[in-house]
Structures are given as structure tokens and as C-alpha cells.
Design a protein around this ligand. Structure first.
Ligand code: GLC
Length: 698
């Protein structure tokens, strides 16, 4: 090989090798893993001074029961998990169908369940067992052929130079504490073999700290997937809130961590466990929900303080495993439901040449109809009975599957496989026939963004349009506003991607038709919880004047009045504004929020952002499509980093629209084309693209 060719080859190889490392395909295909919460708290089992501690998760008993740090630490002197048997746990995980195990190396209490050289507050140096149980588990995983992963708490209630215990656990990291975490992560990443994922948890780091830890893990183990709870969106996969199951599809690698019982992650001796069968159904449903939306499901167990797996939890896992084994091919290595909506009878996953239908309820007429299926069906099979002669027929592009009379739901669902001769496609539900592509006629791609646990929210990360045009090429013209000036975007047409910088040239001024829009009543309401929890989303109009309404009308509200409140951290404020339009029109409004703003128009998601620059006040121009008649514009602003919130809406008289002409793309004359827009200048795929006002003319 000539030298130059060899260099090109090397570069190409390096690029391909790098491109394949993350997201780690094995991780993506795993779908189901085990989480283990095991530590000193397991020995206390949710009991302190002989009384059950009912407040908070039991792994946080030290904080919820107000236990002095030395008294809590004494637990270590008698902590001897004699029944901890790593090989048995690995066997259980495998029988349960789990593909990796995530183990609590260090929880918030700061006690290390591995042999750390940076503190003797660890299981080897402090306890009579002297066993590095994490090492035992890492080795057992390797022997058993499943992957090993670690949980690592970013807060630490034992480290003297860390922040003290708080109610929320989202504390900053001092320099010394950050360094200590770096040291410990380094030893974990070095001494325990290959680690499939690192599950950072809690704390509230600066962007630099998140980047530092990210870089360290990436350097030591480049294929190790890093959890979103590291914060500031420096991560390889999004982690939703505890036990959260999204209704929307997520376009980045993601995971839901689930506990056996909502009340606790670690062992609680007095837990009411209920019936095994009910729990199996509940968790299988959740698993299918997560997998059909493209995510990974991480189900937790909390062994007893002696190290034994709780029999109830073992039974649940084994029974889930039996069901999963019957439907393995419909779960592992699958992708999310390729249709735009979730069916009423169940859930769907897919692979290249197959659709998998998880039927929870047999439709009354015994027929399952799938619209827009293009492909040649080879057979339809019930994966349990192996009956592959299930009848089906096509009516245009609707595939009708006739469930046999004998069809019965297997525990939570029976799975039908629709096998195709070759690949298949699903016709988009919405085909844009006009030449203008907007936020409204776009399909939306979401991620889950989080600066820390409480700032987590559904983030809009891309638009897609399926359009029809009979020409053999397009020269898209992108129209945008001041929000988008300077932004780098990624435009993909039929799979071919170009990047463009919206350079702020070619401008025209547009004027608001304020005669057509009347600003009506405005209301406020208070909230708390996680930023992304917006109970009004998708619920249509709010009856703010209703009898039991929690909304308070703002007296003498005038267009442009902002609300100023001093609020506690973690509290949020909503403002609702009525806009009455005499016709359908585009109308500009400046939305003002504190650190963040989540915006709905008539109950539908418009935009949500929580910038990692942590602004005191955020302001954003949104050009809204108002409908004739009454419209409701809602903003949620969340206080995470300040004491005062200024929020509301400002009227806009005129605004500038910029035009950017993209290069010509030859598309051929096929009937349908697909355009996708994403941001090309974000630290990771889960950050909102913040391109709400763009419009593309074809
Ligand atoms: C929470 C809790 C923690 C638990 C974790 C698991 O963030 O603080 O106790 O380990 O969720 O998802």
C-alpha cells in the first residue's frame, strides 16, 4: 500500500473505530439490566432505634432519621454480609434476562462498598467481613458472561470537605470533594475491569466539573456509557426521573431506573410487598413500555444486610425472566415503535425485518390493524405458541391481522411477530404537501435534558418532515430570527447531512399585527417538584376561573407586565396568558423566565430550556401560531439558582427575519423525501436545539 493510502486508511479506521465506540451498541441492545442498592443502610433495613423510618428512601436513612455520622458509621463494625454470593446474584440476573448489573460502589452515605485507597470508610478496611464485595461481583459477572457497571454518588455525607446533608441531595461540589470524586472514579475505572456503564447520581455540578468527570471516564474506558445524572448534559445517555415512564419517544440513548417499590431502593424490613404475580405484571408492563419507546430498563433489587437477596424480589425476577425468555427476540436488540402513535391494544418494537406486537388486550373484533405498512409479509407468528400461520390481509397499506379465537393474553401480553421477506417501511402519518416546513407540520424528536436531577425535562432536539415534491433537487431556504443567529445547524435530506451556520445576513423586518390580537386575562400559579413536570401538558385548555382552580388572576394585568417574586429554590411559578386572535396568524411574543422556561401553547409543547450558563433571567422570542379565537400561552419558570424570579410575556412590535440559502441537494424524483433539522453546536444530543422559529421553504 502506498504511504498516502495507508495514512488515509489509518485515518478512516480511526474514524470508524471511534464512531462505533459511543453509543455502545451492546449497551443499546441490552434493554434490561439489574440495579443493586447495597450498603450499610441495608443492615439498618429502614429501622432506627427500633422504629421504622417512614420518611424518604431507606438508602438515605442516615439523613431522614437524622443519624449522627459517627453512630451511622458504627454500623460498619458489625456489617458482615455473610450471605452475599456474587455468583448466585449473577445467576439470578441471567435467569431474569438481565444483561448487566449496576452496583452501588458508593451511595450518598459515602461508605465505599469496594476497597478504596482514598478513605478507610470502606467495606474492606472497616467491617469484620473485610471483603471487597464489588470485586467479587465484577469477577462473577465476567465469569458469568454478563457486563458489570457501577453506581457512584456524587454527593458524600462522610467526606469532611463536602457540603452538609440537605433535603434535596442536589448540592454543589467543593474543589476538594470534586478532586476526591475524581480520585475514586479513577480507581474504580482502573481496578475493576471493563465497566459497561457508570451511573453517576445526584449533586449539582458546574459544567466544568461534569466535563472533567466525563473526560476522565472516557479516557480510562472509552466505551463505558456515562449516565445523564452526571449533570449539565455531559453524558452518553439520558436518565429519566426515578420510575418515570415517558409517553413520548426519545431520540437519544436513554434509560429508566425502576425500584421494586416506589418508596425505597434499598432493603426495608417492614416493606409491604404484596403479591408476586401483581408485581411481575407491573414491572413487565414497565419494561415493555420503556423498550417500545427505545429505552433501557434498569430494575433494582435491595438485598438484606446479610447480603441475601429478598425472596420476594428473587421470585419476581425469576417469573419475569420466564416471560421474557419466551419473547426474547421481541425485546433485545430491538428499536422503538416505528409508527407515530402507540396502539390502543398494546405496544410495538421492531427490527430490520420484523415487527413485534405486544398485545395486552385483544381488540373486540379480533383484528389488529396497522396502517401504512409497506413490505412483503412472510408470516405472522405467535411467539409463544409458535403458531406461524396467523391469518392476515392487506387492504391498500393497512395490514389486518386476524387473531385466532384461541388467542389468549400471556400474563401481561402475548407477542406476535410480523416477519417480512425483506426490509419494510412505515408510511409517515403526516406528509407535508406545501412548500413551507414549520414547527407545526414537523414531527418532533425529543431528548431528556438535565443540569441536575431537579432540572430534568423533555427537550426538543430535532424536527423531521416527510414531504412530497416532484422536482429532482431542492435548494432549501431557511428563515430564522434573532434567537437563531450564529447557530450551527445540521440539515439532513434523505440521509445526506450538511452543516450550516445561520450567519445573520439577508434580513427583513416583519411587523406584528397587533390589531388582530387582544391580550386578555393573565393568571399565576405556584408549583414545585422537578422542572419538567408540567401537569398541564397535553390537556388542552385550562379552566383558570373554575371553582377549584389553583390559578390566581393577576389584577389590572396589562400587556407586558412582568411578575416579580422572591421564591425558594426548587419552587416554580406558572403564568397563563389569554390571547384572543381575530384570525389564524403568526404572532411574536417574548417569553421571560428566570433560570429556565417551559412554554406551552394551548396545552401543546412549544419550547423548554434550562441553559447551563444558569442565567438570572432568560428571554426568548417565540413566533407563535395563534388560532382564531381564544389561545392560552403558558410559561413555567423554575427557580434553581436564584432568589428572585422575574417572568411573563412581553409584546413585540417588529422583529427581524433572516434568510439562509442552503446548497442544492439532488434528491431524485421519488415520491417522498425526508428532511431533518438538528443543532450541530450542542455539548450533547440531549440539549434542546433551541431552533423553534425556523421555517424552511423548499
Ligand atoms: C435517587 C436517590 C437515590 C437512589 C437513586 C436511584 O436519586 O437519591 O437514593 O439511589 O435515585 O435512581
Amino acid at each position: 500500500m502506498k504511504k498516502i493510502n495507508f495514512i488515509v486508511f489509518l485515518l478512516l479506521f480511526a474514524f470508524v473505530a471511534k464512531a462505533q465506540i459511543k453509543p455502545n451498541q451492546l449497551w443499546l441492545d441490552s434493554k434490561y439490566s439489574m440495579f443493586i442498592h447495597f450498603g450499610l443502610y441495608s443492615k439498618l433495613g429502614g429501622v432506627w432505634m427500633g422504629e421504622p423510618v417512614r420518611q424518604g428512601y431507606s438508602e438515605q436513612i442516615q439523613s431522614f432519621a437524622g443519624i449522627f455520622s459517627d453512630w451511622y458509621g458504627y454500623t460498619a463494625y458489625s456489617f458482615n454480609p455473610e450471605k452475599w454470593n456474587a455468583d448466585e446474584i449473577v445467576e439470578l440476573a441471567k435467569k431474569a434476562g438481565m444483561r448487566s448489573i449496576v452496583f452501588t460502589s458508593k451511595h450518598h452515605d459515602g461508605f465505599c462498598m469496594y476497597h478504596s485507597k482514598y478513605t478507610d470508610y470502606n467495606i474492606v478496611d472497616m467491617t469484620p467481613s473485610k471483603r471487597d464485595v464489588m470485586k467479587e461481583l465484577a469477577d462473577a459477572c465476567r465469569r458469568g458472561g454478563i457486563r458489570f457497571s457501577v453506581y457512584f454518588s456524587l454527593i458524600d455525607w462522610h467526606f469532611p470537605e463536602a457540603y452538609p446533608i440537605s433535603s434535596h441531595n442536589a448540592d454543589p461540589l467543593t474543589d476538594a470533594h470534586y478532586q476526591y470524586n475524581l480520585n475514586q472514579v479513577e480507581e474504580i475505572m482502573t481496578n475493576y475491569g471493563a465497566i459497561s456503564e457508570i451511573w453517576f447520581d445526584m449533586g449539582s455540578l458546574t459544567p466544568e466539573q461534569s466535563s472533567g468527570l466525563y473526560a476522565l471516564v472516557n479516557k480510562l474506558q472509552p466505551s463505558c456509557m456515562i449516565s445523564g445524572r452526571l449533570g449539565n448534559n455531559r453524558a452518553d445517555f439520558s436518565v429519566l426521573a426515578d420510575n418515570e415512564y415517558p409517553e413520548y419517544k426519545i431520540g437519544v440513548p436513554w434509560q429508566t431506573a425502576a425500584s421494586m417499590f416506589d418508596e425505597t431502593w434499598s432493603y426495608r424490613s417492614w416493606q409491604e410487598r404484596g403479591k408476586v404475580g401483581d408485581k411481575v405484571k407491573e414491572k413487565l408492563r414497565s419494561l415493555v413500555k420503556v423498550v417500545s419507546r427505545g429505552g433501557n430498563y434498569l430494575l433494582n433489587i435491595g438485598p438484606d444486610g446479610d447480603g441475601a437477596v429478598v425472596p420476594f424480589e428473587r421470585d419476581v425476577l425469576l417469573s419475569m425472566g420466564e416471560w421474557i425468555a419466551r419473547y426474547a427476540e421481541a425485546i433485545y436488540g430491538t428499536r422503538s415503535n416505528p409508527f407515530e402513535h402507540n396502539p390502543s391494544w398494546g405496544d410495538i418494537t421492531c427490527k430490520d425485518k420484523a415487527l413485534y406486537l405486544f398485545v395486552y388486550d385483544k381488540p373486540a373484533n379480533g383484528v389488529i390493524s396497522l396502517n401504512g405498512v409497506k413490505g412483503k409479509v412472510d408470516y405472522v407468528e405467535n411467539l409463544r405458541t409458535k403458531d406461524d400461520g396467523i391469518k392476515y390481509s392487506f387492504k391498500k397499506e393497512t395490514l389486518n391481522i386476524l387473531l385466532p379465537d384461541t388467542f389468549a393474553v400471556d400474563s401481561v401480553a402475548s407477542v406476535l411477530k410480523v416477519a417480512f421477506d425483506d426490509s419494510f417501511t412505515i408510511e409517515p402519518e403526516r406528509v407535508v404537501k406545501e412548500n413551507t416546513l414549520t414547527a407545526e407540520n414537523a414531527g418532533k424528536i425529543y431528548g431528556y435534558s438535565a443540569l441536575d436531577y431537579y432540572c430534568g425535562f423533555k427537550s426538543l432536539i430535532g424536527y423531521t418532515w416527510d414531504y412530497q415534491k416532484r422536482t429532482s433537487s431542492v435548494v432549501p431556504k431557511i428563515y430564522y430570527t434573532e434567537n437563531e443567529v450564529g447557530r450551527k445547524i445540521q440539515l439532513t435530506i434523505d440521509g445526506k447531512t450538511e452543516e450550516y451556520v445561520l450567519d445573520g445576513k439577508n434580513r427583513v423586518t416583519e411587523y406584528a399585527d397587533d390589531v388582530a390580537v387582544r391580550w386578555g386575562n393573565a393568571y399565576t400559579s405556584r408549583g414545585r417538584g422537578i422542572f419538567g413536570m408540567v401537569p398541564f401538558e397535553g390537556k388542552g385548555f385550562i379552566d383558570a376561573d373554575g371553582k377549584d382552580s389553583e390559578w390566581e388572576k393577576i389584577n389590572n394585568y396589562k400587556a407586558g407586565n412582568l411578575q416579580n417574586r422572591s421564591v425558594l429554590p426548587f419552587y416554580s411559578e406558572y403564568m397563563l396568558l389569554e390571547l384572543n386572535a381575530s384570525r389564524d396568524l403568526y404572532y411574536p411574543v417574548k417569553v421571560v423566565g428566570g433560570n429556565s422556561a417551559y412554554v406551552l401553547l394551548n396545552g401543546e409543547y412549544v419550547s423548554a430550556e434550562f441553559p447551563d450558563s444558569r442565567p438570572e433571567r432568560s428571554e426568548k422570542l417565540l413566533v407563535l401560531h395563534l388560532k382564531k379565537g381564544k389561545n392560552q400561552l403558558l410559561v413555567k419558570t423554575y427557580n434553581r439558582y436564584s432568589r428572585n424570579l422575574s417572568f411573563g410575556f412581553l409584546p413585540v412590535d417588529d422583529w427581524t427575519v433572516y434568510r439562509f440559502d442552503c446548497d442544492k441537494t439532488n434528491t431524485g424524483v421519488e415520491k417522498l423525501h425526508r428532511i431533518e433539522v438538528k443543532a450541530a453546536d450542542r455539548v450533547s444530543g440531549m440539549v434542546p436545539m433551541s431552533l423553534e422559529n425556523i421555517r424552511i421553504e423548499l
